[in-house]
Design a protein around this ligand. Structure first.
Ligand code: AMP
Ligand code: ZN
Ligand code: ZN
Length: 409
């Protein structure tokens, strides 16, 4: 009785009620969910969510269209060259260490991670953050972690993640996170193994869509106001074949990292290494054939925003068509798809390979209802979320609130 009276009072007092209705933001990533998958594979919950809120025709990944660079761009508002996670793997000449996304023992080094991810921005300004996975969320960045977080473990089921999101939302307000992330690997996984056109990939789209539908229904029941944003990091395409760079030159005496969509070559700066680098550059340049480009870092096309960071390499080979760059190593044959053919993949420049386009859907109390917007760059998600949460951005980022402000009420 008393509770009901109190509740009625809360609803009557506008300032009190206003303070109560501050939304949490839930940022969900469907890794490798290509921009055409929702329609093509009938992701009805995702489409319905967009119809209640906002659907973007596509979201443009930053270059390179790989997982760690783009997830970290989405939560920092910076291009990979600026936030520092320039690839899933790279060499850092200053730290003298190799970043490898799948090896937490090296990736936890705070010096790799630039920018201010949203969970750090939130925590520093007094809001709680909670991540059920997101690249970087299980490491200390600027001495800060989300209040709630987990070490990455690919075996955790989506059901477990969804249950935890609901449990977080049911916490009392002083413990409840205002910024949350959830990460689902299924679609990327099946896309690599079976290709974007496969029945297995369709099924993975249906699976994550079901997880989304169930989660949205449960969020509704909590009565907590939540702005839900569903994004992906990149798309997926069948690979047309391999190009063995070792046929054109020898990389001996130089450090190399990469393969697939790009191949990075680093000189240690000694005259001998620099001379070798010049030779490698000249050899590869002669072999350029329209399927790959060879660049000194300063020559990388400006539109890629991929320069000004030693981690990118002194000379870089970029795949310009959906091919896989390799250097024959009898111990490490090129990776194959589930059916024995080349593995489908991503990482390419979205302007050359539109199959790299990603998704953006949003719905909740702070979003306009039933609008469709043009494609936009993923650097712009950060200032949008900061605005919803009332977080001040005082450092320089690449994204601009102007791009997505029109989708807010
Ligand atoms: P990619 O090689 O670019 O396709 O990367 C996708 C893979 O990254 C996923 O299948 C996961 O295994 C892995 N992954 C995603 N998030 C994380 C994370 N936070 N920590 C470690 N590995 C991750
Ligand atoms: Zn990915
Ligand atoms: Zn992938």
């Amino acid at each position: 009785m008393l509770r009901r009276a109190l509740l009625a009072l809360l609803l009557l007092v506008p300032s009190f009620a206003g303070a109560q209705s501050k939304s949490s933001v839930l940022l969900i990533s469907f890794d490798g969910f290509r921009s055409d998958y929702a329609e093509r594979y009938e992701a009805r919950n995702l489409i319905a969510m967009g119809k209640r809120g906002v659907t973007a025709k596509a979201m443009l990944p930053s270059f390179p269209s790989t997982t760690f660079p783009n997830h970290y761009t989405i939560v920092t508002g910076m291009y990979p060259a600026h936030h520092g996670i320039v690839e899933n793997s790279f060499w850092d000449p200053k730290i003298q260490a190799r970043f490898q996304f799948s090896d937490a023992k090296v990736a936890y080094d705070t010096r790799f991670w630039g920018g201010t991810p949203l969970w750090v921005l939130a925590e520093k300004q007094g809001l709680k953050a909670a991540c059920y996975f997101w690249p970087g969320s299980d490491y200390e960045i600027q001495g800060t972690r989300p209040t709630y977080w987990y070490n990455y473990d690919g075996k955790v089921t989506n059901q477990t993640k969804a249950d935890q999101i609901i449990a977080w939302l049911q916490l009392p307000e002083d413990k409840r996170p205002r910024f949350m992330t959830m990460y689902l690997a299924d679609v990327d996984h099946e896309g690599h193994a079976y290709g974007p056109d496969a029945a297995e990939t369709r099924k993975s789209v249906q699976d994550v869509d079901q997880v989304l539908g169930d989660l949205l229904a449960r969020i509704d029941k909590t009565g907590v106001p939540v702005d839900v944003i569903v994004v992906s990091d990149h798309g997926m395409i069948k690979v047309e074949g391999n190009i063995d760079l070792g046929k054109f030159t020898s990389f001996e005496g130089l450090r190399t990292v990469g393969g697939g969509n790009d191949f990075k070559i680093y000189s240690d700066g000694t005259p001998e290494a620099n001379a070798k680098l010049d030779k490698v550059y000249a050899d590869l340049k002669k072999a350029e054939d329209g399927r790959f480009g060879v660049y000194r870092q300063s020559e990388i096309p400006k539109e890629l925003h991929y320069t000004g960071n030693a981690r990118i390499g002194d000379v870089v080979v970029l795949a310009l068509k959906p091919i896989a760059l390799t250097v024959t190593d009898p111990n490490r044959p090129p990776r194959q798809g589930a059916n024995g053919g080349p593995r489908s993949t991503h990482g390419f420049d979205v302007a050359r390979v539109p199959e790299m386009k990603a998704i953006f859907y949003a719905a909740g109390p702070d979003f306009k209802q039933g609008i469709t917007i043009d494609e936009f760059e993923n650097i712009n998600v950060y200032p949008l979320i900061a605005r919803i949460l009332g977080l001040k951005i005082t450092h320089k980022i690449d994204g601009d609130l102007k791009v997505l402000a029109p989708i807010l009420k």
